[in-house]
Every structure is written in structure tokens, then in C-alpha cells.
Design a protein around this ligand. Structure first.
Ligand code: FDA
Length: 389
């Protein structure tokens, strides 16, 4: 039997950060993962450049049944702390937009950095290990297809359910449940929305068209790019509202967030009376969308009644759409819900009723906005547990 101070299940963002932090404090750390490489979601993140944190991280940009839970960890390990690590490893980075920090080069550098820190801290990482069972007597025992390991502490860090094709599983949720920890319902988030009927028929020919927009759902609104797809809508603004959307609810789109559309159309009717509607609309939105909105109208602006322009302005500024669903875990960047925060200490991520059992990262019911927030939660929760192990 291999004995350690802690066994971490999952060599992803949170697991590697936790391993590094605990290793640096002199703990004998084992990380187990069923995949053949560590940090596979880091590698594909941010279009291969890893949006590794967000400068504007505040607890309000995370969803959880308990919105206060993330505060302590986020305060103790900040975006500046992670940036310090990035700079220590001389990884070139840039701020893209809205506080989002990306690598200039490949996301591989972030994984290499975490692995180098783990190695320096004496962490043992074993990949290609299928976890068969976790039990607890005096110590925890982790049985795998390649041997058994024991430790006084186990960390659940196998992430969320999104992208099962890449090896995402519900292991942390199943184990948490088995040890009596409460779960909150899970659902795909940061995910494209699908549509049916007339809405889909309108969207499909526009597939590939992107534009700035203000997307709203319930109490949230996001000003970012959106994209028409062959199944509906995607792009950052839509991914953001998808985390708020629930079945049966509508979303509302403002396709011209900086423009008073009615004033613009009335002004053009006066100053460009001979112009066709599609030509005028193409001043504001991509040409294919302008064509679709004009819907074959070839009369000059002067001949369009004001009520018609008012209807069009309403469509541009306040379009209410009813999604039929989402593209599901196959396309979701993250999972909402998970191990209930009521079961965990917000200081240490340890299960209050099961000493020695910890849960971190996306497996926990804390989900960030798009834009580096989810990695910041992975780093912060991993670091918090690492200080307590
Ligand atoms: P993570 O998924 O990183 O790690 C879990 C680990 O557990 C994996 O190594 C997995 O192999 C392993 N595992 C799972 N089941 C197991 C089992 N049964 N047995 C053993 N091992 C198991 N966030 C962000 O902030 N900025 C970004 O740019 C992006 N971009 C992005 C793109 C895409 C396409 C996706 C899908 C997601 C993102 N994210 C993101 C989200 C981000 O990747 C995610 O929130 C973190 O990786 C979560 O870190 P965790 O360590 O919790 O899980």
C-alpha cells in the first residue's frame, strides 16, 4: 500500500494548484487522474491561449446557492497572486478585454508551469489510473486499477460534467454523495442556446454572422459579441446569459446597444430618402443580417411608413426570443451546481461532517462568468485547501 499525506483526485486546474500548495508546505502529495495528460481543459481553454484569470474578479461574478461562500478563498488567492506565478515563469501574457488575461502563446505554458511547481514541491502525479473506489476507515483508501493508495486526506477535484468526450465524469459528485455531502442540481452553463420553428429558420441562414449585442435574461445582462449558428445562438453574450436561462424563459437581445435605432432610421429616411432599407441597415449591422432584417423590402426609405420603422427598431433593440434548449454538456464550458457549499468550510474546502475530505474547483457549486473567472475559482479553492492539508 502506497501511503501519502493527501491523495488528490483529478490533475486539472484545481487539483494541480492544490497539490502545488500542499507540496510546498511539506505534505507528501499524490495526484491521480484517469486521463493520459494533466490539465487537459487548460490546454483547450481560451481557444488554446488559456484565459487564466480575470483582473475584475469579485464574488458577485459567481453563481452559487450561497453567494457568500466563494468570498474567503477568492480574497486569499487573487488574480494578482496567479499573475505573479505566471510572471515568475516568464510566460508572456496580455489583457484582451473586460479584464480577461490570456497567454500570448500556448496554454501549454500554464500546464508546464503547474507541473514544474508540483515537481519542485515533490508532488507525485500518476496519470492513466482508473479510480475504482474510495473508502474510509481510520484513513482514506483509494483503489485504482493500478494499485491502492492511502492517506488521512482526500481531495475531490475531478471537475464538472462538461465535455464528457474529454473524460469529464461525475466521480466527485458520486463520492461526495456517498460520504453524505449534499449536492445541488447540475446543469450545463456557458453553453450555446438552441431554437426551433420560425426563430431557427431566421437564424440558420445567418450562421457565422457575429455582432456586438446586449443580451438579457432575468436579472442579468451582458454586453459582448454574439454569433448566429446553425442551431441557434452562441458567442460570449449568449454563453453568459445561458448560465441564467431556465427552460421556458425568454431572452432579450439588443443588437444595437449604442444606438437609438428609431432615431437613426427616421433620420436616414429624411437624409437618404432614396436609399433602400438594407443599405441603411448595413451601416449598423453586418450585411447578411441587414438583408434578413429588410426581408426583401426594396422600396426606398422615403416610402416606408414610420410605423414600419418603429417595428423594425423594436426588433433591433428589444428582440424577445424563446430558446428551445441548450447544446448540453457536449458544448458547455462549465457545469452549474455540484457539491453543495453547505457541506464545506469556506475557509478550507473541507467537508464539515467528514474530516479529511475536501472538494475544490468546478465540482463545487461555485460557477463563474465567462472570462477567466472559472480558472480563478479553481486556483483560489485549490490554494485554500492546500493551506489546510
Ligand atoms: P478540470 O476539468 O480542469 O480537471 C478535472 C480533472 O479530473 C481532469 O484532469 C480529468 O481528467 C480528471 N477526472 C475526471 N473524472 C475523473 C475520474 N473519474 N477519475 C480520474 N480522474 C478524473 N475557464 C476559464 O476561466 N478560462 C477559460 O479560458 C476557459 N476556457 C474553457 C474552454 C473550454 C472548451 C472548456 C470546456 C472550459 C473552459 N473553462 C475556462 C472552464 C475551466 O476549464 C474549468 O472551469 C476548470 O478547468 C475547472 O477546473 P477543475 O480542476 O475543477 O476541473
Amino acid at each position: 500500500m502506497n501511503s501519502f499525506d493527501v491523495v488528490i483526485l483529478g490533475a486539472g486546474a484545481a487539483g494541480l494548484m492544490c497539490a502545488m500548495a500542499a507540496g510546498q508546505r511539506g505534505r507528501r502529495v499524490l495526484v491521480l487522474d484517469h486521463a493520459n495528460q494533466a490539465g487537459s481543459k487548460i490546454l483547450i481553454s481560451g481557444g488554446g491561449r488559456c484565459n487564466f484569470t480575470n483582473r475584475d474578479t469579485v464574488p458577485e461574478r459567481f453563481f452559487s446557492e450561497n453567494p457568500h461562500f466563494a468570498k474567503s478563498a477568492l480574497r486569499r488567492y487573487t488574480p494578482a497572486d496567479f499573475l505573479g506565478l505566471i510572471e515568475k515563469h516568464r510566460i508572456a501574457w496580455h489583457e484582451k478585454t473586460l479584464g480577461q488575461l490570456f497567454c500570448d502563446g500556448s496554454a501549454r505554458a500554464v500546464v508546464a508551469m503547474l507541473l514544474a511547481e508540483c515537481e519542485a514541491a515533490g508532488v507525485v502525479i500518476r496519470l492513466n489510473h482508473r479510480i475504482l473506489d474510495v473508502s474510509r476507515a481510520e484513513r482514506f483508501r483509494v483503489d485504482t486499477d493500478r494499485g491502492s493508495f492511502e492517506a488521512p486526506a482526500v481531495v475531490l477535484a475531478t471537475g464538472g460534467l462538461s465535455i464528457p468526450k474529454m473524460g469529464a465524469t461525475d466521480l466527485s459528485l458520486r463520492l461526495a454523495k456517498r460520504f453524505g455531502l449534499a449536492l445541488t442540481p447540475t446543469r450545463p452553463a456557458l453553453v450555446p442556446l438552441t431554437f426551433a420553428g420560425e426563430d431557427l429558420a431566421m437564424m440558420q441562414p445567418l450562421s457565422g454572422v457575429a455582432l456586438d449585442s446586449l443580451a438579457r435574461c432575468g436579472r442579468g445582462s451582458f454586453r459582448e459579441a454574439m454569433l448566429f449558428t446553425h442551431r441557434g445562438l452562441s458567442g460570449p453574450a449568449i454563453l453568459q446569459v445561458s448560465s441564467l436561462w431556465r427552460e421556458g424563459e425568454a431572452i432579450t437581445l439588443d443588437l444595437l446597444p449604442d444606438t437609438d435605432a428609431l432615431a437613426f432610421l427616421l433620420e436616414r429616411k429624411r437624409t437618404r430618402p432614396r436609399a433602400e432599407l438594407r443599405t441603411v441597415l448595413a451601416e449598423l449591422v453586418p450585411q447578411r443580417l441587414a438583408l434578413a432584417l429588410a426581408a426583401g423590402a426594396t422600396r426606398p426609405m422615403a416610402e416606408l411608413p414610420d410605423r414600419e420603422l418603429r417595428r423594425l427598431a423594436e426588433l433591433l433593440k428589444n428582440r424577445r426570443l424563446l430558446p428551445s434548449g441548450t447544446e448540453g454538456y457536449a458544448k458547455a464550458e462549465v457545469t452549474l451546481g455540484g457539491i453543495s457549499t453547505t457541506a464545506l468550510s469556506s475557509q478550507t474546502m473541507e467537508a464539515t461532517a467528514v474530516p479529511g475530505l475536501f472538494a475544490i474547483g468546478e465540482a463545487v457549486d461555485v460557477t463563474g462568468w465567462l472570462g477567466g473567472y472559472n480558472f480563478q475559482w479553481a486556483w483560489a479553492s485549490g490554494w485554500a485547501a492546500g493551506q489546510a492539508l
